[in-house]
Design a protein around this ligand. Structure first.
Ligand code: EPU
Length: 337
């Protein structure tokens, strides 16, 4: 196991923030991970996956452990479905492309989401009407304290909107090493409910879409409004869309009848944070190298050499302004370290 000292983490976070890890190790086997966990205390380790949901505001005075486990295999299959076992370090979008090539259905709406497969369940990644929980079978994770491995079912994971047990009571206690997804081999259940997907399909006169058509549509939508982290550092949506109860929603709606919203249940209403931030006047603004994307106000960007603190200060400025204008608290979706 090669342990590097004072390593820049710039390439390991999609914001492209240049902080130093006191020590750094890349893990490529389950055995190496178990050995590492047996010789270090959890508090001395900092685990990193694809680095796509992370804002680093200072150097990391710990051993940074990059989970780089690779491999995709068929765990079981029938004529109708397949369960794939995917190692945690596999890039999520490459997995989606692997499934499209083989006509495995279920994750086509989740095309082009940055990050790795092992971290996808932690925040229950979602887009265009689909979340990973919809195809999740189980995952294997090792306990950081003991190095022992355990299987988590979907129920054990307690998935919610951008949420799971791994962000709450088990935060920092387990490292996911592989994920099993249940995908369809035929009679795919396509989700075209999201307006922009339906628009693209009808523009192209596709009335019987294949999963590849959905994936292509999602890629086109994302490329039209979300910046590519390889060109402009970012972490996707920086904030979660706030959910208001009925009383807060009616008061908000009476003042801002034009605001878009989604009804989550009869007592919960989700407001697009992107709309709140745009209304607050931040869309496309730039403060030094920290900015707000010009096409999607929910995405904070690093124009080059912003520090994590500069981005965090901008995020807090946005939070305060949104609170003053709309009496709504918006919470970060990314992990701020
Ligand atoms: N809007 C604005 N201005 C903006 C952005 C959005 O007014 O600058 C309003 C528009 O009314 C728009 C509505 O917000 O119709 C919704 O926007 P969009 O469809 O872009 O979705 P979102 O709510 O901003 C969420 C997810 C995205 C996911 C999309 C599509 C969260 C925090 N974000 O964004 O996820 O791709 O829906 O399903 O739930 C991510 O998590 O990193 C991410 C990109």
């Amino acid at each position: 196991m090669l342990i590097e000292k004072n390593k820049s983490l710039r390439e390991y976070n999609t914001f492209g923030i240049d902080v130093l890890a006191k020590a750094f190790v890349s893990i490529t086997s389950d055995e190496a991970l178990t050995a590492l966990l047996k010789s270090y205390k959890p508090k001395d380790l900092f685990i990193i996956g694809g680095g796509s949901n992370l804002l680093l505001t200072s150097n990391i005075d710990k051993l940074v452990v990059h989970i780089n486990l690779k491999g995709i295999s068929v765990a079981s299959e029938t004529e109708d479905m397949v369960i794939l076992e995917i190692s945690a370090g596999e890039n999520w979008h490459e997995l989606v492309m692997y499934c499209i090539e083989r006509d495995y259905g279920g994750i086509e709406n989740l095309s082009l989401i940055p990050g790795n497969t092992g971290t996808a369940p932690i925040q229950n990644i979602g887009a265009y009407g689909v979340e990973i929980k919809d195809v999740f079978e189980s995952c294997r994770a090792v306990e950081t304290l003991t190095g022992e491995s355990r299987i988590f079912t979907a129920e054990d994971c307690k998935f919610g909107y951008r949420n799971s047990v791994f962000k709450n009571e088990l935060k920092g206690k387990y490292i996911i090493t592989s994920v099993n997804l249940r995908l369809t081999k035929k009679n795919h259940e396509l989700n075209t409910s999201y307006g922009a997907i339906a628009d693209i399909l009808s523009e192209k006169n596709i009335d019987k879409p294949e999963i590849k058509d959905i994936s292509d549509a999602v890629i086109a939508i994302r490329q039209s409004k979300l910046p590519d982290p390889a060109e402009l550092g970012n972490s996707g949506s920086f904030f979660k869309n706030p959910i208001l109860n009925k009383a807060a929603f009616s008061s908000f709606r009476s003042k801002f009848p034009e605001a878009p919203f989604y009804e989550v249940s009869s007592s919960e209403f989700k407001i697009p944070a992107g709309w709140l931030i745009e209304e607050a006047g931040f869309k496309g603004k730039r403060y030094g190298d920290a900015g707000i994307h010009e096409k999607q106000a929910l995405v904070l960007v690093n124009h080059g050499n912003a520090s994590g603190l500069e981005i965090w200060e901008l995020a807090q400025r946005i939070q305060k302004r949104v609170k003053v204008l709309f009496s709504i608290d918006i919470e970060p979706e990314v992990n701020v370290i």
